[in-house]
Design a protein around this ligand. Structure first.
Ligand code: HEC
Length: 161
């Protein structure tokens, strides 16, 4: 009786109709997330903070296109799509490292309008370190069936800013 009750209670929680759709958002250590949110999320996520002038034509058309193109190339809100496709996550990580190093991202015109989006050398280094960690974790799990979400708690390694 007790067992049947426990199963019923458990069943309440696993009922698929009530489950939220799995998030496709990037999971990364909080300091890394914060840097990316500040510098990149306006164009590379579904969490764009639209400035007032993004509603003023003709600049509105241009901004819309930048964000569309940015999301198409790299969308942190759909990160698990890359992570589930072998090689694709690594490719995005390599590109991020490359463009951060060259200083091409965030674009200069964006940084000019959003001084808070400018990244310091130590912030760029933190992202580069995270990328190296992600890639070595991917190598380790290659061949295993386990799906890699990057959701490791590395809080001790990533001091809060
Ligand atoms: C103002 C909008 C904007 C911001 C902010 C921005 N990007 Fe971009 N990004 C773009 C656009 C547009 C493209 C595609 C065209 C291009 O490559 O210039 C792009 C392309 C990229 C690509 C190439 C993806 C691929 O595989 O083709 C990467 C990687 C990237 N951005 C990383 C970043 C990172 C990291 C940041 C934050 C530090 C950032 N971007 C901030 C607009 C932006």
């Amino acid at each position: 009786m007790l067992v049947a009750g426990a199963i019923l209670v458990a069943a309440e929680f696993v009922h698929p109709a009530f489950a939220d759709p799995p998030t496709r958002e990037l999971t990364a250590p909080a300091p890394v997330r914060r840097i990316l949110e500040r510098g990149c999320y306006d164009c590379h996520s579904d969490q764009t903070r639209w400035p007032w002038y993004s509603r003023v034509p003709p600049i509105s058309f241009w901004i819309r296109r930048e964000v569309d193109e940015g999301r198409q190339r790299l969308n942190f809100s759909a990160w698990t799509d890359y992570a589930s496709d072998p090689g694709s996550e690594d490719q995005k990580l390599d590109e991020i490292a490359r463009l951060l190093k060259s200083g091409a991202m965030p674009p200069w015109y964006y940084a000019a309008m959003h001084p808070d989006a400018r990244l310091s050398d130590s912030e760029r280094a933190a992202i580069t370190r995270w990328i190296a960690d992600e890639k070595s974790a991917d190598e380790k799990s290659a061949g295993e069936k386990s799906s890699h979400s990057g959701a490791r708690d590395a809080s001790s390694k990533w001091p809060a800013r």
